[in-house]
Design a protein around this ligand. Structure first.
Ligand SMILES: C[S@@+](CC[C@H](N)C(=O)[O-])C[C@H]1O[C@@H](n2cnc3c(N)ncnc32)[C@H](O)[C@@H]1O
Length: 214
């Protein structure tokens, strides 16, 4: 199947799921508070952040009070509409949301101090390409904070992976923490740390740095 068709199908799923996403995640995503606090510990307070595959902005809105600016982007206009709705309700400064495809971010080279991608990488069929886009828009020495559910990490994970797929989620990559790390290291980043957070399915969290010279 062509990449553009895959992305259209991916987008269509999230457009339909957008109204249910926040209530679903409120029940499922138990590791997010821990994840966000680890991210806050790693990011400087004057940082300019880009979130890729930001969905309804759960992570961007939590990071916003701790950094200078956050730009949250996602392929699905309806997910971004919900993020904007929450932004209006919460009246947070320094946050903006925009529709953008992770494969073509449309941002300038070396324009962010950190890129964040949470539960997006497992949906991307050619994840090395979005990762090199994230490297491109990072300043040298900038940091990638990447987390994703690890569908192949354990038997329990494989079980929930099946359930999620039956629900219509189009999973492209079934990572273990090892394969996720290899992918990120192979996309030009230097791995700094990796960790598995417990959740309904193990959540891999990797911090990696764009080297000063590539
Ligand atoms: C599981 S949600 C995660 C949303 C958010 N990061 C979170 O953790 O709550 C996956 C998101 O990835 C987005 N997505 C999938 N493929 C994408 C792509 N190629 N570019 C940008 N976003 C994409 C979907 O639209 C969806 O909003």
């Amino acid at each position: 199947m062509k990449d553009s068709i895959r992305r259209r199908l991916q987008q269509r799923f999230w457009e339909r799921f957008a109204p249910l996403y926040d209530p679903f995640m409120a029940v499922v995503a138990r590791s997010y508070p821990r994840l966000v606090s680890r991210m806050v510990d790693r990011i400087e307070s004057d940082a300019d952040i880009l979130e890729v595959a930001a969905g309804t902005g759960i992570v961007s809105l939590k990071l916003a009070p701790h950094v200078a600016r956050v730009m949250g982007t996602d392929l699905s206009p309806k997910m971004i509409a919900r993020a904007n709705h929450k932004l209006k309700q919460q009246r947070r400064n320094g946050v903006a949301f925009a529709v953008a495809d992770a494969y073509r971010l449309g941002c300038d080279d070396a324009s962010f101090d950190a890129t964040v991608c949470v539960n997006g990488l497992h949906l991307m069929h050619d994840p090395a390409r979005p990762l090199s886009e994230m490297a491109r828009v990072l300043k040298p020495g900038g940091v990638l904070l990447c987390a994703t559910y690890l569908h192949a990490q354990s038997l329990r994970a494989r079980f929930f992976s099946r359930v999620i797929k039956l629900g219509g989620v189009k999973v492209a990559n079934e990572f273990t923490i090892g394969s996720m790390g290899q992918l990120i290291a192979g996309s030009g980043f230097a791995l700094e740390s990796q960790e598995v957070l417990s959740d309904i399915m193990p959540l891999g969290y990797i911090v990696a740095v764009k080297p000063d010279r590539q």
